[in-house]
Write a protein that binds this ligand. Structure first.
Ligand code: HEC
Length: 124
């Protein structure tokens, strides 16, 4: 019973969301966030997030990233396998919090990263 109410509530929310197509209305800043984690890809989603938040220090010849390169799939895999990538962005305290000196990634970006890693961090 509770479950069906919840589902109905969600459906109403979704339908209500479709009625307005202004982003600010569909995604109100009331704490209810719709974050689409389906179709997350390395080449699109993940590199997009890293490009915006990490490559300034962790790519090419950048000297500010302690020599850690995250701008290639293979380079990033090293830090996925040793769990430091997720720990750093989740800021769980086991490694220095990333992005260094910046604000924590949005909950939606973190959900996308988590979803991609849960799927085995494919090179897609
Ligand atoms: C302003 C520069 C800067 C930015 C931006 C930055 N990092 Fe870092 N990052 C560093 C430095 C410097 C280290 C080395 C820290 C150390 O060893 O104490 C580091 C280390 C790391 C490490 C190794 C583990 C650790 O925490 O020491 C990972 C993984 C990492 N960064 C991921 C990221 C990710 C992902 C982003 C973007 C969300 C990011 N970094 C953004 C400077 C940066």
């Amino acid at each position: 019973m509770k479950k069906s109410l919840l589902i109905m509530g969600m459906m109403m929310f979704i339908l209500y969301g479709c009625y307005y197509d202004k982003a600010s209305l569909v995604y109100p800043s009331t704490g209810i966030n719709i974050c689409d984690t389906t179709g997350v890809t390395y080449s699109n989603t993940i590199t997009g997030i890293l490009n915006a938040n990490c490559y300034t220090c962790h790519s090419g010849t950048a000297a500010m990233g302690g020599g850690i390169k995250l701008d290639t799939y293979t380079g990033l895999q090293v830090y996925i396998n040793n769990k430091q990538f997720l720990s750093s962005v989740m800021q769980d305290g086991s490694v220095p919090a990333m992005p260094l000196g910046g604000s924590k990634l949005s909950a939606c970006d973190l959900n996308k990263i988590q979803a991609w890693i849960n799927h085995g961090s494919p090179n897609n």
